[in-house]
Design a protein around this ligand. Structure first.
Ligand code: KG4
Ligand code: ZN
Length: 335
């Protein structure tokens, strides 16, 4: 089964053709990052307009790269939630038009479920059940994936998402948007013990996260230093911040794995590209005799291939939209 998959939830316009959920025949991503960088973050109206401009070309290229035409496509999958509403609506309406014109099924696909599904592309042996740490720009969840379309959140952030915290801390250090990747690179040359930063926990909820205090601690350090005319070493500050965030993520995730006795662990979302997170989890999983699956860095960020992967399993469970499909800015991964 060949699915044409579309993604437009944030600042990437993406299309891909995926066969039977696991084989990527093409994947095209048009990023708007350069433009949003000028403003230090995503400007929702600009994002919507750029999606409207790019979506036809990106889709045509995905079909051409796969050496197919629309007549060869069996279903259209599209990200319909969560994300920027104006951005999502571009993809949803375009997908609806394609599905109607060819009289093929339209499969509504949840963005975070797709991030998890990026792992199915990279790891043919991976199947639910497993425990997944989903860490993106907007979400930080520990999710029990019981089946491809059946999941339960057992931990989540109470305030900022991990990616958001990385981006805000990076911004306060003068790095361009999106700062997570720059902070990660800068941290490689720093001392993670140079600055004492908190490891915030949430009372009575051992799997929940709280990153806003950590972000504020870094911002305060920078402000206090600048009031004295000092400039803090950005490599050490990045390394200390990265270590603190990764400690929180790894501690809660591994505790959850131990408590529910899950031996198959998966990470997903933009922050799963973080070098220290990957390294620490590899170490702990080998110590605890757990099997760890991580997406290749090329599939950590937003892309269409992951939508095609999840869309296949949504289709198999009968998740087909009517022609009244809408987009939603927020929606639980549990649905
Ligand atoms: O999943 P994603 O591409 O988009 C959302 O669905 O939100 O995640 C984007 C987030 C951004 O906050 C970005 O800074 C962060 O992932 N990110 C990273 C790294 N690469 C991307 N954060 C830390 N280290 C990285 N290497
Ligand atoms: Zn994403």
């Amino acid at each position: 089964m060949k699915i044409l998959a579309l993604e437009s939830s944030c600042d990437e316009t993406a299309a891909a053709v995926v066969e039977d959920g696991r084989k990527v025949l093409s994947s095209v991503v048009a990023s708007q990052v350069e433009e949003h960088m000028l403003y230090g973050g995503v400007v929702p109206e600009i994002a919507s307009r750029r999606h409207a401009e790019a979506i036809v070309g990106v889709t045509e290229k995905a079909l051409t790269d796969a050496k197919l035409t629309l007549d060869d496509i069996d279903a259209i999958a599209v990200t319909y939630a969560p994300g920027l509403i104006g951005a999502l609506l571009v993809g949803v309406n375009f997908a609806k038009g394609l599905a109607l014109s060819k009289n093929i099924p339209l499969v509504p696909t949840h963005h975070l479920r797709s991030h998890i599904a990026a792992n199915y592309i990279a790891h043919p042996d991976l199947k639910p059940p497993f425990l997944c740490l989903v860490v993106s720009g907007g979400h930080s969840h520990i999710v029990q994936v019981d089946d491809y379309t059946k999941m339960k959140i057992i931990g989540k952030t109470r305030d900022d998402a991990a990616g958001e915290a990385f981006d805000k801390a990076a911004r306060s250090m003068g790095m361009p948007y999106p700062g997570g990747i720059h902070l990660d690179k800068t941290a490689e040359n720093g001392n993670p013990d140079a600055f004492k930063l908190p490891r915030p926990t949430v009372a009575n909820s051992p799997y929940d996260f709280s990153f806003s205090g950590l972000k504020t601690a870094v911002i305060n350090l920078i402000h206090n230093a600048s009031q004295k005319g000092d400039v803090l070493p950005v490599e050490d500050l990045s390394a200390s911040f990265r270590k603190a965030v990764v400690d929180c993520l790894v501690t809660n995730f591994m505790k959850a794995a131990k408590d529910i006795n899950s031996k198959t662990l998966v990470i997903a979302g933009g922050v799963s590209a973080n070098s220290l997170l990957r390294k620490e989890l590899e170490k702990q999983c080998s110590d605890m005799d757990c099997k760890l699956y991580m997406p290749p860095k090329s599939l950590c960020g937003d892309n269409g291939a992951m939508v095609g992967a999840q869309g296949y399993y949504e289709y198999l469970t009968g998740n087909i939209a009517g022609d009244d499909l809408n987009a939603y800015a927020t929606m639980s991964i549990e649905l």
